[in-house]
Ligand binder design. Structure first.
Ligand code: HEC
Length: 188
């Protein structure tokens, strides 16, 4: 390699390094939040599935809006053998030993979503695993222990992204307590 080529390669490398460090210095919280939400799979549970032309797809009109109130679900099937968890076709209503839980509306609608929350409320909810940081404990399958490993800065970015979503009016039902305690598994 000639000296000129080496020099231009070194300059390119230096420029690339500058770009990375400036991106790390001033990340746009909304974009960072979008990246974290997408990579963590929040949409898998919080955006309802509908049937599209190519099979099930996430409803583009209810992004992160939780279990659709219009989708009233019948009682879940009784657990049988090792199969103790059921999930609705929308992927937003879950039944298991904890009863039935419905994924929350994370959009900024003021009446039915997180519109009246601030960043501190959101962070406390995740840190304490409780509704608004001090209410009832969040039920499975909300992966709260996993999400609590994020830094406050990341959680604030997630919240900033959630607040940038179009608000969707959708009042998610309250969870339904378990009908009867789960029978102990037979000793093996
Ligand atoms: C495996 C499914 C699942 C995934 C993945 C998931 N959630 Fe949840 N989430 C739930 C369920 C179910 C509830 C409702 C729990 C309840 O009612 O106690 C919930 C509740 C919440 C709540 C509480 C809302 C309130 O009013 O108290 C927040 C906030 C939340 N999720 C944020 C997130 C974020 C952010 C992500 C991604 C980083 C995420 N969730 C990923 C299932 C999930």
């Amino acid at each position: 390699m000639t000296a000129t080529k080496l020099t231009s390669a070194a300059i390119l490398a230096a420029l690339a390094a500058c770009n990375t460090s400036s991106a790390q210095r001033a990340p746009d919280p909304v974009e960072r939040g979008r990246y974290l939400v997408t990579a963590a799979g929040c949409n898998d549970c919080h955006t309802p599935m509908i049937m599209g032309p190519d099979g099930p797809m996430q409803d583009p009109n209810h992004v992160l809006a939780g279990h659709p109130a219009s989708r009233v679900v019948p009682p879940p099937p009784a657990p049988e053998g090792p199969w103790i968890v059921s999930v609705s076709d929308t992927f937003t209503a879950w039944s298991g030993p904890w009863g039935v839980s419905f994924t929350a509306n994370l959009t900024p609608d003021e009446e039915t979503g997180l519109g009246t929350w601030d960043s501190a409320t959101f962070i406390a909810t995740i840190r304490n695993g409780r509704h608004m940081g001090k209410g009832r404990k969040l039920l499975p399958p909300m992966p709260v222990e996993m999400i609590a490993t994020y830094t406050d800065e990341d959680l604030a970015a997630i919240f900033a992204y959630l607040q940038s979503l179009p608000p969707v009016k959708n009042r998610v039902p309250e969870p339904i307590p378990p009908a009867a305690p789960l029978a102990a598994a037979p000793a093996s």
